[in-house]
Design a protein around this ligand. Structure first.
Ligand SMILES: NC(=O)c1ccc[n+]([C@@H]2O[C@H](COP(=O)([O-])OP(=O)(O)OC[C@H]3O[C@@H](n4cnc5c(N)ncnc54)[C@H](OP(=O)(O)O)[C@@H]3O)[C@@H](O)[C@H]2O)c1
Length: 178
């Protein structure tokens, strides 16, 4: 997947932000699901994304339990190359650019990129903010978080221990100006 920005820009009146949880070794998923159970992360995700459009790859949509999708209170925009893909409660987009145009129509300030690995990699060059739940343990997996280069500056960090004993931090990164 290319780290180069595409030859188009996201709508200028909307912030594009990534949100994900990652293990210490960069893993975000295994066999189409998340390899940990961290309710505090799910609550954090809900708080931040509520009322805003969420953009996801088709595999991440598939990874959501059927009873939890579409995610309520948010426009669910699903990126897929399948022209005939249709699910109740989801807006199909044929690429990331189209997804952002749909997000813009919701007239909110932020569009959240909620995975998975393919979509994070494509959206990172366009994003100005990244919210990461950094889990202090390695996990086996087959989907990896994007690499944040020196253009990303940590601006906030809070440390926690999950109800199951898993230590983690909520970390905010912003793109450096200039
Ligand atoms: N830890 C976290 O915070 C977190 C968050 C989200 C997901 N995950 C995990 O990440 C894994 C899924 O990630 P993934 O990388 O395998 O899949 P993904 O990014 O969720 O979805 C990939 C799919 O998106 C579509 N797609 C990708 N690029 C496209 C483009 N340029 N134009 C049109 N469609 C495009 C394709 O769908 P079609 O094949 O239908 O064409 C592709 O197969 C799962 O394990 C999930 O649990 C973890």
């Amino acid at each position: 997947m290319s780290d180069m920005p595409p030859d188009w820009l996201p709508p200028h009146n909307m912030q594009l932000a990534l949100i994900y949880a990652r293990a210490a070794n960069g893993v975000i998923g295994k066999d189409g699901t998340m390899p940990w159970h961290l309710p505090e992360d799910l609550a954090h995700f809900k708080t931040l994304t509520q009322g805003h459009p969420v953009i996801m790859g088709r595999k991440t949509w598939d990874s959501l339990p059927a009873r939890f999708r579409p995610l309520p209170g948010r426009a669910n925009i699903v990126v897929t190359r399948q022209a005939d893909w249709h699910e109740i409660g989801a807006q199909r987009a044929s690429n990331l650019r189209e997804a952002l145009l749909f997000a813009e129509q919701t007239a909110t300030t932020t569009a959240w990129i909620m995975g998975g690995a393919q979509i994070y990699a494509q959206a990172l060059p366009l994003a100005s903010r990244v919210e990461v739940t950094e889990i202090d343990r390695d996990f086996d997996g087959d989907a990896l978080a994007p690499t944040l280069g020196p253009e990303w500056q940590e601006v906030a960090r809070s440390r926690h221990v999950g109800s199951g004993g898993l230590p983690f931090s909520f970390v905010t990164y912003e793109r450096r100006c200039g």
